[in-house]
Write a protein that binds this ligand. Structure first.
Ligand SMILES: [Zn+2]
Length: 289
């Protein structure tokens, strides 16, 4: 499932391949991936030029300029679980589950949105609507300052793993990078954010930034569906230390990596390097495996 590094890789690809190009037409084959009316989606975006691509958390906002100088419109892209946004030659074979086609300027290439599980969404927004949607998210995990990060931890109960994945507090982390950052900072996933020592909190802030920056440099992690704008997988998979390494020896100490379920999601960690705190979060639905 795409998290910040995968989404950032797609945003970088869009900047490289599609900036300055015009959306000649919008064809929606499956309206389920469009938030709101598909007709309105198409009519508000057709004929506009990709002027800027920005990202906050796991959301991509594409600024689309009008030829007549009227206010820009934004295309908000959420990849969901299996969404893929690619720039593809128009004559390339159409893969199943491709739901939206947007031919670009000269007609040789097009933006395609493919999504097997259809949790992804495309949305056309005015500047004011975009501000509201992005304003609901916490600071972006790659740009969050240490003081913002520490302030968001203060007084928080519950599992730090769930805290890291709460997009309203810090936006961009999902299951993979939350597990990897906690391992890097040597913090047990059931620690409580408000009870972590100042030193550990500082370590976690550094770990989040380090893990994300490395993953962005390697183009993200591909398990099954994630691809970049050219349709290529990410290379961070080999760098994962705990995520989906249950039972394998920890790279630091050799103890077996363990898996527990927190809030319905798998958490992978080393019980030796990430000792359980004296007061762990009590989570209903936490299963020891
Ligand atoms: Zn270990």
């Amino acid at each position: 499932m795409p998290e910040l590094p995968e989404v950032e890789t797609v945003a970088q690809g869009l900047r490289r391949r599609a900036l300055g190009r015009r959306i000649a037409a919008v064809e929606v084959r499956h309206a389920g991936v469009i938030a709101g009316s598909a007709e309105e989606f198409a009519s508000t975006l057709e004929g506009r030029t990709l002027a800027r691509v920005s990202r906050k958390g796991k959301a991509i906002a594409i600024e689309l300029a009008a030829d007549n100088g009227s206010a820009p419109q934004f295309l908000l892209v959420r990849l969901g679980m299996t969404g893929q946004l690619t720039v593809t030659p128009r004559e390339a074979p159409i893969e199943s589950h491709t739901h939206v086609f947007m031919p670009l300027d000269d007609g040789r290439e097009e933006l395609r949105f493919r999504d097997v599980r259809r949790f992804g969404r495309l949305r056309s927004l005015t500047p004011a609507e975009l501000e509201k949607v992005l304003g609901a998210l916490g600071p972006d995990a790659q740009r969050v300052t240490e003081s913002q990060f520490l302030a968001a931890m203060r007084g928080r109960k519950g599992a730090i793993k769930s805290w890291l994945m709460n997009q309203n507090l810090v936006a961009g982390l999902g299951n993979i990078y939350a597990d990897e950052a906690l391992f890097e900072a040597r913090i047990h996933p059931l620690s409580q954010p408000g009870r972590v020592s100042a030193d550990k909190a500082h370590q976690l802030y550094k770990a989040v930034r380090k893990v994300l920056d490395r993953a962005v440099r390697l183009g993200g992690t591909t398990f099954s569906d994630y691809l970049d704008i050219e349709g290529r997988p990410g290379a961070f998979l080999k760098k994962l230390r705990v995520y989906q390494h249950t039972g394998e020896p920890c790279r630091r100490c050799g103890h077996a990596i363990r898996r527990i379920v927190i809030g319905g999601r798998s958490s992978h960690f080393c019980a030796q390097c990430q000792p359980r705190p004296r007061v762990a979060a009590k989570m209903r639905g936490t299963v020891r495996l």
